[in-house]
Design a protein around this ligand. Sequence first.
Ligand SMILES: Cc1cc2nc3c(=O)[nH]c(=O)nc-3n(C[C@H](O)[C@H](O)[C@H](O)COP(=O)(O)O)c2cc1C
Length: 202
Amino acid sequence: MKQQLFELFNKRFACHLFQADRPIAAADLTYVLEAGRLSPSSFGLEQWKFVVLTSARHKQDLQAACFNQPQVGSAGAVVVILAKLADMDPDSDYVRRLLAREYPGDQFEGALKNYRGFHAATDVKAWSVTQCHIAAANMMTAATAAGLDSCAIGGFDPIEVRRQLDSAPTRYEPALILAFGYCAVDGGEKQRLPLDELVEYR
Ligand SMILES: Cc1cc2nc3c(=O)[nH]c(=O)nc-3n(C[C@H](O)[C@H](O)[C@H](O)COP(=O)(O)O)c2cc1C
């Protein structure tokens, strides 16, 4: 298990062009989405929504909103991860429902009070987007396990992405776009700093 997980981490790379004629099996796509669904989130509020695009027209339109990056149009499927904004309001039905699940019975009122204070002091958009990035990382690892390649796309015009998805700015913020498919080009050697440059033990 330990070995297999690290094989996946080493194998995944950012694919910059996919084999455009190779669709993704529905079961593999569901597997990747499940990995997102099972991800941890702050307060257990599951700040993500996954919009899946598989039609050539939708992918081509989205590519234009991603500074024309070809991995978007050539992918078998593209997942736009939207970060929830309005739903994060402490008075929303959504927060009440999910907090009641995470903090049942007597714990609920205290948890809601805590959350209210947190929400007032937080840049909610940035916080919500951060949660979506955690799901994204898990989805890319899962894609590798399913034999798929992927690319995270942070380079996009959020206004245009929102317009294409017909999504209100108060409701969702596009957090990250994930392109999945079978890569048409080589990933090259993995480039990472050594641990001793990244880690400080105290
Ligand atoms: C949040 C995020 C945004 C990214 N945005 C883009 C992007 O817009 N276009 C792109 O080609 N790669 C993008 N990448 C991929 C990175 O460039 C890539 O992961 C990094 O260079 C390391 O290479 P590797 O993933 O192949 O190991 C993004 C990665 C992350 C995590």
